[in-house]
Design a protein around this ligand. Structure first.
Ligand code: FAD
Ligand code: DHB
Length: 390
């Protein structure tokens, strides 16, 4: 089997890259270890930056997004019994759109399959060879058959547990990493959201986030200990904890309903540099991870492959390798900005057992400063809606 660009992983990064390449007349094959049903149902992120919305729209994927996505012009910060709205659009002229990651994935899978694109689901034992040659090879098993996919380039879009990054020889890559002593318990609930805009809450018992997916579906998160198991969190305990952390504003209540899905995600920051070795390029969670507090993970994945789409177009149309060579350096500027913002939001809003009363006061002071200073609020807002690469 032969293609121009072999892509490992059918998450937002891999699927979007395959679509962008197709629009430029470049062939690709996506290999994915899970089933189509699994990737389309995986509940994860929900916030699209303005730049991600523009990218999806320009790539012809804006129709359902425009119909079902919800434009948000502000977010709320809740802390110490106060509530403050960050008026993002007033401060920056831009907005975010709430549209579930699995909806982005569904739209992309549908677009690729409608265009005759090849996505091989449920492949096993993916491994990469000849990455330092002009004809690298992706080897895997599909329906019990050994398959060899010959390509010009391989792009690893296989997320934080993928295999692509491991194909780079020892000593080439440098990792920058931070783990946090907490995780997020995320739930999707059949409950009408009690909010019009996202609420990020700092509370003595830990962080909580109120988000939404539709007029009937709420998406909520609680800071929990990473060692805790889902079995320790029956639905009643989740609702009671959400109430304690969010019902800090007089007269306001959380709307409850059946919980449709729940999962616990540990929190980590990671950057691996460079994002390329020879004919292997790495994109999205395969090469950088952010804690979800800044809502940046999916947006970074899409921004990476937007660069790769242009770089491959330049290579195939004109034989120019400048953009491919610059890919890692260019992408890392955005990646590090998002790293700092995600770390900052996380540090400001989460409870840390190691925090002494002095550090708790610093958190509250930072939040009050956002609430009282137009320039500090603008800094939060411009990072949240997404900065151009800086
Ligand atoms: P992924 O979406 O992880 O896609 C990688 C794909 O590669 C997957 O389909 C995987 O099955 C496939 N794959 C892996 N290994 C192989 C292999 N060996 N062979 C073939 N295929 C392989 N971000 C937020 O902003 N907010 C959130 O609330 C949030 N929640 C999250 C919850 C979880 C459980 C996780 C894991 C991430 C969450 N994120 C969140 C982060 C965000 O969802 C990611 O940043 C985003 O999915 C990155 O897209 P990606 O395409 O790079 O990787
Ligand atoms: C959602 C996820 C996030 O990580 C975040 O910061 C805001 C919203 C969400 O899933 O809706």
């Amino acid at each position: 089997m032969r293609t121009q660009v072999g892509i490992v992983g059918a998450g937002p990064a891999g699927l979007m890259l395959s679509h962008l390449l197709h629009l430029r007349g470049i062939a690709s094959v996506v290999v994915e270890c899970r089933s189509r049903d699994h990737v389309e149902r995986r509940v994860r992120a929900g916030v699209l930056e303005q730049g991600s919305v523009d990218l999806l729209r320009e790539a012809g994927l804006g129709e359902r997004l425009a119909r079902e996505g919800a434009r948000h012009e502000g977010i709320e910060l809740r802390f110490g019994g106060e509530a403050y709205r960050v008026p993002m659009t007033e401060l920056t002229g831009r907005a975010i759109t709430v549209y579930g990651q699995q909806e982005v994935v569904k739209d992309l899978v549908a677009a690729r399959l409608a265009a005759g694109g090849e996505i091989l689901f449920e492949v096993d034992d993916v491994n990469l060879h000849g990455l330092d040659s002009e004809s690298p090879l992706v080897r895997f098993r599909h329906h019990g058959r050994e398959v060899e996919l010959h390509c010009d380039f391989v792009v690893g879009c296989d997320g934080s547990h993928g295999v692509s990054r491991g194909a780079v020889p020892d000593g080439v890559l440098t990792s920058y990493e931070r783990s946090y002593p907490f995780a997020w318990l995320g739930v999707l609930a059949a409950a009408a959201p009690a909010v019009d805009e996202l609420v990020y809450a700092r509370h003595e018992r830990g962080f909580a986030l109120y988000s939404l997916r539709s007029p009937e579906i709420s998406r909520l998160y609680l800071q929990v200990d990473p060692a805790e198991k889902l079995e320790e969190w029956p639905d009643e305990r989740i609702w009671s904890e959400l109430r304690r952390r969010l019902e800090t504003v007089p007269g306001w209540t959380v709307n409850t309903g059946p919980i449709l899905e729940k999962s616990i995600t540990p929190m980590r920051s990671l950057v691996v540099e460079p994002m390329q070795w020879q004919r292997l390029f790495l994109a999205g969670d395969a090469v950088h991870i952010v804690p979800p507090t800044g809502a940046k993970g999916m947006n970074l994945a899409l921004a990476d492959v937007a660069l790769l789409g242009e770089a491959f177009a330049d290579w195939y149309a004109y034989g120019r390798d400048g953009l491919l060579r610059d890919y890692s350096r260019t992408a890392l500027r955005r990646v590090w900005r998002a790293q700092h913002f995600s770390w900052w939001m996380t540090s400001m809003l989460h409870r840390l057992d190691s925090h002494d009363p002095y550090e708790q006061q610093l958190q509250l002071s930072t939040l009050r400063y956002v609430a009282s200073s137009r320039s500090y609020a603008t800094s939060l807002a411009e990072n949240y809606v997404g900065l151009p690469s800086i």
